[in-house]
Structures are given as structure tokens and as C-alpha cells.
Write a protein that binds this ligand. Structure first.
Ligand code: AMP
Ligand code: FE
Ligand code: FE
Ligand code: ZN
Length: 279
């Protein structure tokens, strides 16, 4: 059986509802799907209800933007249940940090001549993890820019003229909080980490020593050779090779739940191995 361990709903920057993700997972014949919205678990209840007893199995999770030695890394946390807990409580602070940061981005955009206010952004989402994609969507909705991608081109992108950082956890802090919350973590799309690939093994080994559980080897943007390389590296380092589509609905066109761009295969052993590592 196959699974998809990386998806986003309209509770963060995806465009499909959590229930729609379950429908797509069934259509793709998945035995399990992980909902990994950015910084929020607010879609879990709806997704789990939609999955019901017929399945697929719904794994609750989040994707976190963290920092390690001044390098940005995305971490996926799995088996993180809604409610309170060490990491869950910190998610609320991260979302508050997003809101403060968004206000600053909008002020910069107005300085640059874009007529945009907070209510324009709020109109773009019902979710609680609001961010740059929704600001981009608001610019598009007001006819001020052509597309989400165009809004990220030099304006909202990292280092862009309207870009403002938001508070991040350190990688080790995030791993510790996740572990204390009964969750396990995996490094998302390692190829996007902005450092020399020859230093990856040392980085993943260091994070492994800090309690990291997995490495996202199976990912649409990884060429088949890179998927194999990362799966072998994970195995060498005692980490679980995980994978997922990073489906965002219309927010990231061309991807399908389960199969990514058509050639993604994530074995269900990835999930059973993650589960075995839970403390
Ligand atoms: P934020 O969490 O508010 O900092 O926004 C980051 C999110 O923006 C990511 O999770 C992506 O979904 C989206 N994003 C980042 N870069 C781009 C891009 N170049 N084009 C479209 N979306 C992007
Ligand atoms: Fe995203
Ligand atoms: Fe990511
Ligand atoms: Zn993602």
C-alpha cells in the first residue's frame, strides 16, 4: 500500500478543505494520509471525521519553518494531536508571530504603492495560519498583481522588497517540543535547504542526535536519483525515509495527492517505521 505524508488544506495555504483531501486520498487508493498544515492542527478534526472508519488513516501533523545555524529548514511533525501540549501551545505563539509579521508586510506593500489592507487578506482564508500566500492571493484578487507566483517574484519571496521574517523555532527546539508532545519529526524537502549538499550528511546526523526521526526522500521535486540517494542516506544515518506530495490544491498547481507529478510512490512502511520510533 502507498501513503502521502505531506499535504496542506485551506486551514493553512492549501485551497482544498480537509474533507476534500480525504476524498482525493481515497481516489488515489492511499492507506493513509498525513495532514501537515503550516503551524496549525485546525483541519484535523474535519479530516478525521471525513476519513471515518472506512479510512484512509488520517495522521495528524504540522509543517514548521525552523532555523539551524542561520539556515532555514522545514520540519514535518507527525502524530501531533490537536489540544494542548508542549509543541501545540507553541504553535499558537507562532501563529501570533505570523499575524504581527503580516501587518508589517502590508505596511511595506502600501509604501510600495499597493492598496491593500488586513481585511483584504482575511477575505482570502478561513484558516488560522495566515501568511504570504494569502497576501499574494489578496493582491491578485484586487487586480494588483497577476498570480501567486508573480507576487513571490521579488516582492514576497525571501529577501524580496516586501519580505519580513517571522519568528521561528530552532530546529533542535522544534524536535524537542515535538518529542515531548508524543510526535516524531522528519526534514521536509531536503533539496531546498540552502547549503552545500556535501554538508547534508553532517547536518542530518547532528539533527538525528538531537532526536530527528526521518528525512523526506520521496518528494515530487526530487529527481528519482535524488530520492534513492536520500533514502540510502536516511538508512545510513538510522533515519526513516519519508515522503509526500506537498499538495496545496490550486496553491501549487500540477500536483496530485498520493502521486505528486505522477511518479511519486511513498511506501506505507515509511509510516509504520515512523510509528515504531514514537517514544
Ligand atoms: P509564510 O509561511 O507566510 O512565510 O509563507 C511561506 C509559504 O509561501 C510556503 O509554505 C509556500 O506555500 C509559499 N511559497 C513560498 N515561496 C513561493 C513561491 N515562490 N511561489 C508560490 N508560493 C510560495
Ligand atoms: Fe505551503
Ligand atoms: Fe515546505
Ligand atoms: Zn509543505
Amino acid at each position: 500500500m502507498v501513503v502521502d505524508l505531506h499535504t496542506h488544506s485551506d486551514q493553512s495555504d492549501g485551497t482544498d478543505s480537509p474533507a476534500e483531501l480525504i476524498r482525493l486520498a481515497n481516489e488515489a487508493g492511499l492507506s493513509a494520509i498525513a495532514l501537515t498544515d503550516h503551524d496549525t492542527l485546525s483541519g484535523v478534526e474535519e479530516a478525521r471525521k471525513a476519513a471515518g472508519s472506512a479510512g484512509p488513516r488520517l495522521v495528524a501533523g504540522v509543517e514548521l519553518s525552523v532555523e539551524h545555524d542561520n539556515v532555514k529548514i522545514h520540519l514535518l511533525a507527525y502524530f501531533l494531536e490537536p489540544g494542548t501540549g508542549p509543541l501545540q501551545d507553541r504553535l499558537a505563539e507562532l501563529r501570533a508571530g505570523r499575524r504581527r509579521r503580516n501587518v508589517e508586510i502590508l505596511a511595506r506593500l502600501r509604501d510600495l504603492g499597493y492598496d491593500i489592507e488586513e481585511h483584504d487578506v482575511a477575505a482570502q482564508t478561513t484558516g488560522e495560519a495566515v501568511g504570504r500566500p494569502h497576501i499574494a492571493d489578496a493582491l491578485v484578487a484586487k487586480g494588483l498583481i497577476g498570480s501567486r507566483a508573480e507576487a513571490f517574484d521579488g516582492l514576497l519571496s525571501d529577501g524580496g522588497v516586501a519580505y519580513v521574517q517571522r519568528p521561528r523555532l530552532s530546529a533542535k527546539e522544534a524536535i524537542q517540543l515535538a518529542t515531548a508532545s508524543g510526535a516524531v519529526t522528519s526534514v521536509a524537502h531536503p533539496y531546498t535547504i540552502d547549503m552545500n549538499a556535501s554538508t547534508y550528511p553532517a547536518l542530518f546526523e547532528e539533527l538525528g542526535d538531537a532526536g530527528l526521526t526521518g528525512l523526506e526522500a520521496f518528494y515530487p521535486e526530487h529527481a528519482p536519483s535524488l530520492r534513492e540517494h536520500l533514502a540510502a542516506l536516511a538508512s545510513d544515518l538510522g533515519l526513516v525515509a519519508t515522503g509526500g506530495s506537498d499538495y496545496h490544491g490550486a496553491g501549487k498547481p500540477g500536483l496530485k495527492v498520493g502521486t505528486g507529478r505522477g511518479d511519486l510512490v511513498v511506501p506505507d512502511t515509511a509510516l509504520s517505521e515512523l510509528e515504531e520510533r514514537r517514544v
